[in-house]
Ligand binder design. Sequence first.
Ligand code: LCV
Length: 269
Amino acid sequence: MIDIKIDSRVCFIEMQNSQKLNCLSTELCSEVSAAIKDAYEKDCCAIVLKAQCRNGVWSAGHDIHELPIDGRDPLAFQVPMEVLMHDIQDVPIPVIAYVDGTVWGGACDLCLSCDMIVATDNATFAITPAKIGIPYNASGIMHFVRQLGPNKAREMFFTAQPLTAMEALNVGMVNHVSTTENLPALLEEKLLNPLRRNSIIAISAIKNQFRLLNKSSVSLSTEDFELLQQWRNKVYSGPDYKEGIKSFLEKRAPNFVLSSKDLDEPEVE
Ligand code: LCV
């Protein structure tokens, strides 16, 4: 499902399940996770995550067929897509997302989990749980709030509309935007060559500090965490979540029935 190439200490990982729009299935995520760990073992100084696009799609996000409808948390900590995001954040070498297509849902969160993003001018970025009736999760929301600021992050989550590459550049989500023909040279000149020259042990220590400091900026009381989980559970155990998945697979508009007031309705035993 993926192709791996190492060129002068940089590991290029390309997702090649374009037939399935590079949906972040268990199989694809597990292969990318393994490739990331292998790049670290092979003393690479950087990882570039690419995708073979089809119909202009870089990745269509979580594989909707794999979303559980039995009441289990669709975005729990150990879900392969989530594990891949943790692996990207935990590997102590820079991971760069090279985006030359449209990015949807969890794939947008995946790009934000990378250390940097470079994009072609036709790339777009959308986070779409609201379209499917999914409450998302705290770590994913924080990726967006930290990177884009609360207002832009709320706009993206509430509207589920794509940001263009230039809009993403303007809000600091994307590091560089260029044309399809010029982006490879820009990646080498602006990012990869300096990374090859610089001290990888210093970069690793700095990346690890970024990760710990990022975590330190958010503290949640246990009661608030339980409340957060109660709200999420109410959504992904409810009818709208199932309707969102069903309507997508049946290629029709969803017919959501719940209201905001249902969120705080006590559980009926
Ligand atoms: C499985 C798919 C998918 C797909 N999974 O082609 O962020 S969260 O919380 O929502 C998280 C849980 C998450 O990531 O959920 C997934 C979020 N992804 C999306 O909302 C994107 C859903 N896909 C689309 O909007 C369209 O497919 C795009 C715009 C990506 C491409 O549109 P296009 O018209 O080019 P189709 O929609 O016809 O899709 C082609 C085939 O790929 C399947 C889709 O069901 C169709 O399958 P069939 O040919 O069997 O009908 N497909 C697309 N996305 N995420 N399957």
